[in-house]
Design a protein around this ligand. Structure first.
Ligand SMILES: [Zn+2]
Length: 368
């Protein structure tokens, strides 16, 4: 390392866990960032500033004016230009010592493994469910860690999937909800600064993995709620029945059919959080949150079947009964309603805004 590099990275070199050897290790490392948006902006900037030797940016999109509220790597003058190219240009300006690959194409089943293979760590900065599963699956098949982040309104999540013996995204969420039932930031909104927190956290996890230091978020899901200023970490294990990393894997290649999603047949009758108490006099509440989401309790009398287990546990439900299906934010419940309809259930409603909307009106609940 020459004098200029020693000076440039001096604040890393002072950290015993990094030091000269760690900095040299970063310079010899390669990171692929999928998505140059809200999460990608901070992740790319910190990875470039940190001196990661080669950084790939996959994004086929162009900068849009609505991006500027959170995608801080772009400026007003960039609107209409390729995100990958503009981001690469900014990163070279931050640190001319790093090599940046602008890859302005869509990350898809036909190129996913090839791209992932070229890098040591992959950072998932997308906001689409099918791409998230695709990144996870490609990372598992190519034995690369997947640093996952997601944001919605005030809620953020971070974890590390597919690291050596750790669990994968499908161990946590076996199947993707249909796009109609899970709004993206474009549809549901997001607090801009949340993207900064989660994207920077992802960069930090990627750097830890490259350096081989600390405790990465393997088998742990970090949940942040910016509105309440709370952070929780929920541990989860590898699922022996996982379709990808389980004992009898069903996914052994990237079949494009895995990354499409069915559409909902017809609109689902909704019930507002305000009228839930009244409605529950004549209906049963079916709480489909995953166990890690339901750790802080539920409404008395609710039937709790996580959406991921619904198909295997239909016998616990009565197809003639009236159910109000609820999840945390009112997205997974729509997906669950579709599954129940397929199974012949007809008297279904879903709780608009989810149990969070209900909790907002009832101080005794804390559906974090
Ligand atoms: Zn798995």
């Amino acid at each position: 390392m020459n004098a200029r590099e020693l000076r440039r990275y001096s604040r890393h070199l002072l950290i015993p866990e990094v030091g000269l050897r760690g900095q040299e290790r970063l310079a010899a490392s390669r990171v692929l960032v999928v998505g140059a948006g809200g999460l990608g902006s901070p992740a790319l900037q910190y990875l470039a500033a940190a001196g990661v030797g080669r950084i790939g940016i996959v994004d086929d999109d162009a900068v849009d004016e609505t991006n500027l509220q959170r995608q801080t790597i772009f400026t007003e003058a960039d609107v209409g230009q390729s995100k990958a190219s503009v981001a690469a240009h900014r990163m070279r300006a931050i640190n001319s010592l790093v090599n940046v690959d602008a890859i302005p194409i869509r990350f898809e089943p036909s190129n996913a493994r090839e791209l992932v293979r070229l890098y040591d760590v992959v950072v998932d900065c997308t906001d689409r469910f099918p791409t998230r599963y695709l990144i996870n699956d490609a990372c598992f098949l190519e034995k690369r860690p997947d640093v996952y982040g997601s944001i919605f309104r005030f809620d953020g999540q971070v974890s590390v999937f597919c690291a050596s013996s750790g669990p994968c995204y499908r161990c946590l969420f076996p199947e993707a909800p249909p796009p109609e039932s899970r709004p993206t930031c474009a549809e549901g909104g997001v607090l801009g600064a949340l993207a900064g927190v989660v994207g920077a956290w992802q960069a930090s996890e990627a750097l830890k993995l490259l350096l081989g230091i600390g405790e990465p978020l393997v088998g742990r899901l970090l949940l942040t709620d910016m509105l309440q200023a709370r952070v929780r970490i929920v541990a989860f294990d590898r699922d022996p029945h996982c379709a990808l990393c389980g004992e009898l894997p069903r996914i052994q290649s990237l079949d494009p059919a895995l990354y499409g999603a069915p559409a909902l047949d017809s609109p689902v009758p909704e019930i507002e959080a305000d009228s839930l108490d009244d409605a529950l006099r004549e209906a049963l509440l079916l709480d489909v949150r995953e166990p890690h989401e339901a750790v802080l309790g539920s409404i008395d009398g609710a039937i709790r079947i996580p959406a991921s287990q619904l198909e295997g546990r239909l016998s616990e439900l009565d197809s003639a009964a009236r159910y109000i299906v609820a999840c945390r934010v009112g997205a997974k419940s729509l997906w669950a309603v579709q599954r129940l309809r397929d199974a012949g259930f007809t008297r279904l409603q879903h709780l608009r805004g989810g149990l969070l909307a209900y909790a907002a009106r009832h101080e005794e609940f804390e559906f974090f």
